[in-house]
Design a protein around this ligand. Sequence first.
Ligand code: 13P
Length: 217
Amino acid sequence: MGATTGSTEVQLREQVVRLGRAMWERGLVSANDGNVSVRLPDGNVLCTPTGVSKGFMTPEMLPVVALDGTPLRGELRPSSEVLMHLRAYLEDPAVGAVVHAHPLHATAFAIKGEPLTGLMMPESVVAMPEVPLAPYATPSTSQVPDSIAPFVRSHTGCLLEHHGALTWGPDLMTAYLAMERLEYTARITVLARQIDGERQLSPERVAEVRRRFGIPA
Ligand code: 13P
């Protein structure tokens, strides 16, 4: 199980609220968009409620669901996308937290249907060499979990076609920072294209970065 093991439910509730606020403040979500979840020490999942701004949540608003989606605790209904989150936990026991957002630049790529594959900076080679595109699925249906499942073990995030982006990690902060990096990657790609300056690192430079950071080719 992820590194969130060791944090109490009270601490995790506060962290979900803080990161929801950070997502909203950074413009990674608008209005009531996005959702966040984290594995609890008992194996169940704490998630954001449906239809609320992630910038204005309080810790007691967050419902708890079982890994099969059964609501266990909380007055508010779980996120309509909770099955997508649960699929990430089921696919990989190392996943401890999941973040879904609609960041502007990443969502533009998701609408276009273009995955983020460029290696323009050493940081991309190390932290996020590729952001694949999960094929379109109607929100809240079981097609959505199926669309992301193939990427969970091999990547740290993906674009959701015509929808937004999803990231995951061993703990909440890692999953959140992956969303920041995913959006940064999309944004810098747009900007580089605007000045006609999109330029990949050469294969030799990519190989050198991989060697130095111990990343298999
Ligand atoms: P929920 O409010 O149900 O979590 O849905 C928000 C969203 O972004 C759906 O894609």
